[in-house]
Write a protein that binds this ligand. Sequence first.
Ligand SMILES: *Cc1c(COP(=O)(O)O)cnc(C)c1O
Length: 406
Amino acid sequence: MHPAATRTSQQTIEKFGKFVIPNYNRYPVSIVHGEGTVVWDAEGKRYLDLFPGWGCNILGHCPPQVVQAVQEQVAHLIHVPNTWYTEAQGDFAEAICTRSFGKAFFANSGTEANEGAIKLARLHASGVGKSTSKYRIISFTNGFHGRTYGTVTATGQPKYHEGIGPLLPGFRYAPYNDLEAVRQLVDDETCAILLEPVQGEGGINIAEDSFLKGLRQLCDERGLLLIFDEVQTGLGRTGHWFGYQHSDVQPDIMTLAKGLAAGVACGAFVCRDHVAPSLRPGMHGSTFGGNPLAMVAGLATIRTIEEDGLLGHCQNMAQRFRDHLTTLKKELPIIKDLRVRGMMIGLELSISATPAVAKCMERGVLVNATHDTVLRLLPPLNITAEHVDEGCAVISNVLREMAGES
Ligand SMILES: *Cc1c(COP(=O)(O)O)cnc(C)c1O
């Protein structure tokens, strides 16, 4: 048993069987402790975690500066609603906006950030007192924006729509990286274009610079808002503070969550100054949004990334992953494509990637598979070179074995 465990994995699994709705496919271990890129299960087995917190734990598990900030804050104020001002919310908004643009609104998750952005886009185009009716939003096939009705509708993947209709009216989907298709879909009712600068759940698909520049131009010509969902790409994940900074195409609204507070629940959106007044008092809100615990965790996250030079480190480690995996790709024809942007890494296989997850786990490495054929890694920004090497060695052996069997 690990010292942090009070019962075996099997006992925890039995309790879930009785009391927890079984809507997730879970691997049969109970995780009890984590430090940096390593976690331990109840039985004391160690795992190298190359997918910590589905990308939320952008500094790995329990980063000391975030732990300390939360421990200090929790004794002063746990929650204060948005009928008051708090120092922490102003400071975190400043920290985000001085590294990006505009003004911030705080929520608790990615879907909530995107719901707010969708409302803001419609309010800005045709809100109370305006004579136009512009509500349509164009999003993209294989995108992912969340699980609530607005965002699941925006998610251009039929598998997430089955059986839950009717969906929210007013969405159209274009193929990613296809500017001409977007141009065809824009009409007089369109108010916004919503996309991820790198599709995460859709398989680490990177937007071309010319595509993003073309979208910006199209939005300017037609008076549309450009919304980037940076829930996964934000906060240094790609080696810049925000994904849009790779192409220098600034959106009008940017949504954030996942790594925003290093694993403490936190979401936000940022909008350009002239858009902000459209979110008038009473039109939108979030009871827990911007609470002091999340705000100090977020501030500590940004401080750590800056003080430890993690944007540069992330780019170096990305190159190290790229080197290892490019060598492997040359060796194994089952690897069709390698896509890397900072600590977003996708290996597209010609076979299902799903079995690789369990095989890597057996050997003590945690990875993810998405879109059936893509092995996905979202390692923390502060991963060490030794851990990159260790993880790539295990992944290489597993994929060699799978290539031999296929
Ligand atoms: C994870 C994710 C979301 C949803 O975030 P939740 O916090 O689960 O609601 C939205 N957009 C993108 C790009 C994501 O990766």
